[in-house]
Write a protein that binds this ligand. Sequence first.
Ligand code: CUA
Length: 490
Amino acid sequence: MAMAIILVLIVIASVLFHLLAPWHAAPAASNWGSIDTTLFITLIISGIFFIAITVFMAVAVMRFRHKEGARAAYQPENKKLETWLIIVTSVGIAAMLAPGLVVYSDFVRVPNNAYELEVVAQQWQWAFRFPGQDGKLGKSDIKFVDSSNPFGLDPKDPVGQDDVLVINNEVRLPLDRPVKVLLRSKDVLHDFYVPQMRSKMDMVPGMVSYFWFTPTKTGKYEVLCAEYCGVGHYNMRGHMIVEEQDAFDQWLNSQPTFAQTLTTAAKPSRDSVLKKGRLLAENLGCSACHSQDGSASLGPGWKGLYGRTEQLADGTSVLVDEAYLKESILDPKARLVQGYPPVMVTYTLNDDELGALVALIKSLGAAQQDNEPSASEASGPGDDLATQGQQLAQSLGCLACHSVDGSKGVGPSWQGLYGETVTLADGSTIKADEGYIKESVLNPGAKIVKGYAAVMPAFTPSDKDLNALIAFIKSKANADADASKAQPGK
Ligand code: CUA
């Protein structure tokens, strides 16, 4: 008896909870109505089944209670009951799924006057692109992606030059204008989800998915990644601000176009090309097998290589020129130098990257003409190094866990970290200086800051990258920390 009453009370409480719940959110986008209606249909259908099944249980508990000597009847086949159950559940499931098809087809049938917004995902951050004056997005391809072109836009496509790039986690949209959202991922599956807009779709590497909606209410909405994409997934968040057209236009004008980012990022001076070559040689691991100082290694050393004639394994010889170097990077086994094992893996680099590596090898060439000044270490003043460090922090994903604005993340914020004294998990304290930060990057588990989980994977950047990262972290130090550091130095 008590059990039956509890079951009935559960039903009544659930229904009352739904009817009396105080949450009645105001629609914020055009697709709100249809998507919420679909969800409501599903709620009603599953609600009816929930009530029916729970009440049936209560009745069964009452009617078939245990009596002395009573036995349950065994009824293995009941055609009539089975037929009814199949019909009722089929209709119920169809009624839950069919409206979704209608709503989905509307979700992806974009009106002609829709504005375009491209969302680019990578572990663990968002970036956004708008078409420029011409109203069209330029072509993109993953092969163009590098540190100066994070969107992978085709530098030769005139349509893409005026595209507006938003390289951070906050995007804005104009009020009351339909927007077509194009979704692209650079690495793994992500999912672009703006709950309050009722918009959500997977981002699949190698394809462009899309949907549309019209924001109808100004405000700041949260953007979430809704597909598990690695340790930083939970922190892959952003914001979508919907505002009046005027304010939006003003904001959009303040964002850089693709052409602008290209000219500021890559003034292809000889120095910067060489710098890029060095960075690549380290990041790709070339330096592990190719020395740059003439010492012996697994592959031919680069010093004095360019312009030399090499004996090949098949007995022929070749002049080491640009074409040969490029071929050897793209297809290392094509023409092997005698005396070296065929162990190099194939690298697929774009023209820019190939050019930078070849320029570097050239600069180490036999006839060392004008490269002395640039060979005297390219890492310029601190500012430049810090910028490099910022790029690295972005590409390595550090910023998914370490904020630079003082907000709390999975790891300690970098804002004001350098020079501070931090308390470790074992109760001891340590000053966050170069040595400590280096150790924390290379071996994060060694000294954990109190209050943080030991979840950071070890990174093995080159010395130069490590210095760039530290320069960036230093640049985020508090003014007074800087001062206290400067004084003892004097
Ligand atoms: Cu990106 Cu989860």
